[in-house]
Design a binder for this molecule. Structure first.
Ligand SMILES: NC(=O)c1ccc[n+]([C@@H]2O[C@H](COP(=O)([O-])OP(=O)(O)OC[C@H]3O[C@@H](n4cnc5c(N)ncnc54)[C@H](OP(=O)(O)O)[C@@H]3O)[C@@H](O)[C@H]2O)c1
Length: 283
């Protein structure tokens, strides 16, 4: 991995659009502080924010987009839909609700995802077709998926007019590497995004992680974010604490060596915090 990566580095999506490599997650961010946290993140250099209809804070992210001094085209906003309405047309309207909340009636969303394949194949198809329609109108610049296994992706391929999905957003960290589906995504040109990159701080006392952090005089959180970046994934760390928001962005002035990466790669694989994808399931 080139040491020349910076906070402005981006991954190229299949559409040619650029995904800023470091994202800022807002799940569980209380809606009365989400705007402030997003503005803090933008101030220290993040340009990519990850929200979802389910998080109940799309409007607050939209408020940060509005209040920010940055031009809209410098920002990259992702949102997600969890479940469809009764048909494609009603689901299309539900997608447009996100656009309105984030960027107003005439705005757009950079990346929009199916949140989770566990809602079933038919529901995913309805959501994807609605998302293709919004994409066709230019209000979603790219569309993709989250929590999709290989079977789900193959099923999507069977009917998608737009293939491949821009990204697959998965829970990823040294203790959940989901190697099979990550390899499938990389082979198929699907950019991989890493959620829970900090393992929700549950590995802060892990001896191997602390050994690597000490060696580089960095925090365990910084090592975990850097690990994702060097894997070629886009990590989406969340914080509502200004000091930690800044710390989590300060990951471009050091590089993990092959030995560090190998040690982290060798961690035992554990149960997902949120949801491990089922690589076979098509339902
Ligand atoms: N697609 C999906 O199904 C899905 C599922 C889960 C998450 N996500 C996305 O991925 C994002 C990240 O995942 P996540 O929020 O679940 O977990 P995470 O980013 O791994 O961890 C967030 C937790 O770590 C704490 N934290 C942040 N920086 C820290 C630091 N430097 N030192 C110590 N603790 C720190 C935060 O607390 P403070 O806020 O107090 O700092 C928060 O409790 C979400 O916000 C969301 O955007 C997507």
């Amino acid at each position: 991995m080139a040491p020349s990566l910076t906070i402005e580095s981006a991954l190229e999506l299949p559409s040619g659009n650029k995904l800023p490599i470091l994202g800022f997650g807002v799940w569980d961010s209380p809606s009365d502080i989400t705007t402030k946290s997003c503005l803090e993140a933008l101030k220290v250099g993040y340009r990519h924010i990850d929200t979802a209809q389910l998080y109940g804070n799309e409007s607050e992210v939209g408020e940060a987009v509005k209040q920010s001094d940055l031009p809209r085209e410098k920002l990259f906003i992702t949102s997600k839909i969890y479940s469809p309405e009764s048909d494609v047309q009603a689901t299309y309207q539900k997608c447009l609700d996100s656009v309105k909340k984030i960027d107003g009636d005439n705005g757009y969303i950079d990346l929009f995802l199916i949140h989770n394949a566990t809602v079933g194949a038919e529901s995913c198809k309805t959501m994807w077709q609605a998302m293709e329609k919004v994409h066709g109108e230019g209000k979603f610049k790219s569309i993709g998926v989250s929590n999709h296994g290989i079977g789900h992706l193959e099923n999507l391929k069977s009917y998608a007019k737009l293939w491949p999905p821009a990204v697959n957003q998965l829970e990823l960290h040294p203790w959940l590497q989901q190697r099979e589906v990550v390899e499938y995504c990389q082979k198929n040109g699907i950019v991989v995004e890493a959620y829970c990159p900090l393992v929700r701080n549950q590995k802060a006392d892990d001896p191997t992680l602390n050994e690597v952090a000490k060696k580089h005089s960095k925090t365990t959180a910084q090592v975990l974010i850097r690990y994702c970046i060097q894997k070629g994934w886009s990590p989406l760390p969340k914080s509502d604490n200004p000091g930690r928001i800044a710390q989590n962005a300060d990951v471009f002035g050091f590089e993990l060596g092959k030995d560090d990466m190998d040690k982290l790669d060798a961690q035992p694989q554990e149960a997902a915090l949120v949801l491990a994808v089922d690589n076979e399931s098509k339902s």
